[in-house]
Each structure stands twice: as C-alpha cells, then as structure tokens.
Design a protein around this ligand. Structure first.
Ligand code: ZN
Length: 477
C-alpha cells in the first residue's frame, strides 16, 4: 500500500503499471487518489466515469509504438542522466487493435482505421464512413452535432484525406475527394453544416473546379483563412482554413506564416468552447504517416514533435476544464520503424537534430531539377561523402528519364528518396522494413472524464462506441 500510494501520486501511468504488477484493484486507488486530492491531482480523473461534455480526439496517423519510443529518445534532454518523459508518457492507458474487415488485407489503411474511430464499424480498406456493404455509418461527429454541440476537424493533410473525411463524409472510396469536400458543404444536420471548424490542407478540392465550395462556406458565415495570422484574427465561430493546395508542408520545412498543428488546435478549441453544449474535435497529425511511408526519419521526428505540442495543448485545456476528455492514439504503424539497425546497440537522434530539412523536401527539390549537391548541403547538418552524392545524381537522372505518368515513376522517386536519406538513416542508425503500413497494436493515451473506458487492450472501434455512449448520456445538451 505504501508503494502504491507513492506511485499513485507520481503519475497516472505509473499507477496503472503498479496495478498490473501488484495485482491491486485499480478502481480502489484510482478513486482513493481522487478523494484525497484536489482537482489538479491527475490521478483523480482516472476513476472518473462521468460523461465528458467535450471530447478532443487526437490521431497520430501512422504513430506506432516505436514512433512514441523513438520520439522519447529524440526529445530527451542530453544534459540529464535519465531519459525524460514525453508529454504522452504519463497518460498511457493501454493499446488498441487496428485490423480492418477486408477480404484481401488484414493490415489497415487510414480510411478503415478512421471509420472504426468515427463510427465504431470495422470496414474494408479505402472505405470512408461506410461499412462492408457500403452503407453509411453514423459518426460521433454527427452525433455531437445532433446533440447541439460544436464540431471541428483539424489535419496537417488535405481535409478530404481519409482521417478527417471519415468523420463527416460517406463514400465507398477514399480517392473520391471532390465528393468528400462537397459532402462537407452539402450534408446538414438540423439545418446546419456538420463541421464548424475545418483547418488543414486540400484547397484544391474547395475551389472553382469543385463547385466554389470556399465561396459557398463564406456566404454561410464561415471565415475563410489562408495563413496563420488570418486564422488567429478570425472572429467567426465557424471557419474554413486551407493552408496548402494539398498536404501541408512538414513543420521542419514550412514557411513561418504557416500555422503549426498546435496553432490550429488552439484556434479550433477557442472557437468550439464558446458553445455551452460542448464540442467534439478531431485533430490529426497526418504527416507522421506521410513521412513514415518514404522512410523519412527526419520528417517523422518533425511531425511527432508537432503532434506532441498539439496533444500537450489539448491536455492543458482538459486540466483547466474537467468536463473535457482527451484521447490520443494512432490508426496503425507505418514503415516498420526500428530504433537501431545492424549490429550496434545505438540509436543516434543527435544526427536527426542536426538536419535542416526532411528527406521528402530534399527529394522534391532534386526531382524538380535543383542541383543535388546544393540541396544536400542545405538540407543536411553534416558532411555527405561524394560517392553518396554521385548515387543521388544517378537516381535523379533515372527519374528524369521517366514520364510522371509512367508506372515506374513512383518506384524511382522512392529510390531517389532512399539515396537522399541513406546518410541520415545510417548516421542515426534507423531501420525500416516497408514503405507501407504494419499491423501492430498502437498506444492509447487518455485523460479526463470517461478516460477509464479506454484502458487495457481495446479495439479501434471502441473509441467510437465509448464516445457514442458519452453523447447518449449527455446532460449538457
Ligand atoms: Zn499511410
């Protein structure tokens, strides 16, 4: 008991571990901690089964468990002997299964994963808000709107990309992005637009070529913003922020006027919290996955950092507003990231810290015809051997000889990116096994009323099932 009390005051995560190791009845000390403490005591929320009024659901796309561990090495202060915790660590409550219900594939994509999160239905890869029979599945965002709450979707990807799309659109194929954007505008609940706050990339799908959706949203009272200062000066409760034609640039490569994920999260919460009935907000760190696919460790760390800041910001709001539940998880892992490769028991994040640009950024520059040696010199924080520059030039030349529509183009682009990234993957000693997704269970972090429902090994559909339950028993609406 002595041990248990000491641990319970340290952190939520330690308390869970203690419960597992010593076999104590978890609810006893979770609620015990609550009785003995004031509202600032983190442990008091663990046993809180009350319904949250507000839910902030954060998705680190592709953020498998090795991403969380690698990021801990990366974020560690080297001046201190012990490895520092990340903002996530104290709120680990368990993990979750991610497999889709697909007749060919048993490793999920982001569409099936997001549909599980948004609606509680297992479905096939590529499905957006529809089940295996292509029937629409009701989402927690739609339920929130029915309850009179405010709603928001924030992503570093296109807003029409799989994860945000699966909360407010229903199409049988994730590539139908024009249709997804149209549904964001056209589909209404109680005469109102489904989503009050839309912040991310994907301007391409909201312009003239797709029914002038931006203008239509504007006529209906949405502020339309294109950069950080416009976003922060917006006074409307409803907003459409489109900060890139397609995906937003990675944080490490982005111009200053671009909002970061934490800035978008802050704006979203400030607008949504004005509704007395509460809100539902989904925040996606999309480019963790988009960097994992091409095995870009610099991009992955840049986006993990951005996601951690957004999570931390949401947590601060939840600590000041005890009616708010925060859940953070991933839809799957990507790339088979491994912390060390080969014979050495060493992973070297310092090399990644020295980088000035992501591998994806440098690859794009070289593919567009810029001088490889200069791009590498400007992007790398350490010297690259001439034979590696020669190899990059060789792959760039092969790419140049291909037409962009050629089937081999994407493969060759990845070969160029592999050559561009070899020095940093080698110097940091980072391993990768695939350019696709992998099927391991992913971590779940949760805090606030209802967070205990996310404990242990749960299924990805349980996220939606829990949130539906909260909204069904909602006293605030
Ligand atoms: Zn992916």
């Amino acid at each position: 008991m002595k041990i248990f009390n000491r641990l319970a005051t340290i952190s939520v995560a330690s308390a869970i571990v203690a419960g597992t190791v010593f076999g104590s009845a978890q609810p006893t000390y979770a609620s015990g901690g609550g009785q003995a403490s004031n509202q600032n005591d983190e442990v008091s929320y663990m046993g809180n089964t009350k319904n949250p009024k507000n839910v902030i659901f954060l998705v680190g796309d592709g953020m498998g468990p090795s991403y969380n561990s690698a990021y801990r090495y990366f974020a560690d202060n080297p001046e201190t002997k012990e490895m520092d915790k990340t903002a996530f660590d104290d709120y680990l409550v368990g993990n979750q299964r991610t497999n889709p219900d697909d007749h060919k594939e048993n490793v999920t994509d982001s569409a099936a994963g997001a549909t599980a999160f948004s609606s509680g239905h297992k479905t096939y890869n590529g499905a957006i808000g529809v089940d295996g029979n292509k029937k629409d599945t009701k989402t927690v965002l739609e339920q929130a709107k029915e309850n009179g709450k405010s709603t928001g979707l924030v992503s570093t990807a296109e807003l029409t990309d799989a994860t945000p799309a699966a909360y407010a659109a229903h199409v049988d194929d994730r590539d139908k992005k024009d249709e997804i954007a149209k549904q964001f505008y056209n589909d209404k609940i109680n005469g109102q637009h489904k989503v009050d706050v839309l912040l991310g990339g994907g301007a391409e799908y909201f312009g003239k070529e797709n029914g002038n959706l931006t203008n239509k949203f504007k006529k209906d009272g949405y502020d339309i913003v294109k950069n950080k200062s416009q976003m922060q000066n917006s006074n409307s409760k409803q907003i459409l922020g489109l900060f890139a034609d397609n995906d937003m640039p990675l944080q490490i490569d982005a111009p200053k006027q671009n909002p970061k994920l934490v800035d978008m999260t802050d704006t979203a919460v400030n607008k949504l919290k004005q509704n007395d009935k509460g809100f539902f907000l989904m925040v996606e760190g999309a480019s963790i996955d988009k960097s994992g696919h091409p095995n870009d460790v610099t991009g992955v760390m840049s986006e993990m950092q951005g996601f951690e800041k957004a999570f931390d910001h949401a947590m601060q709001y939840a600590k000041e507003n005890p009616d708010t539940l925060v859940v953070a998880t991933a839809d799957h892992s990507t790339g088979g990231l491994s912390i060390a490769k080969g014979k050495d028991y060493v992973w070297n994040p310092d090399a990644i810290h020295s980088m000035k640009h992501s591998g994806s950024y440098m690859t794009k520059q070289i593919a567009s015809g810029k001088d490889a040696a200069k791009v590498i010199k400007d992007g790398y924080g350490f010297d690259i051997k001439q034979n590696q520059i020669d190899k990059i030039n060789k792959e760039a030349k092969k790419l140049k000889d291909l037409d962009e529509d050629d089937k081999k183009y994407e493969d060759q682009l990845q070969k160029l990116q592999d050559a561009v990234q070899k020095p940093i993957n080698d110097k940091s000693n980072t391993g990768w096994t695939t350019n696709g997704h992998t099927g391991e269970d992913v971590n779940t972090y949760a805090f606030g009323p209802g967070s205990e429902r996310f404990r242990g090994n749960i299924d990805n559909t349980d996220n939606a099932k829990n949130i539906f339950d909260f909204f069904k028993n909602d006293q605030s609406s």
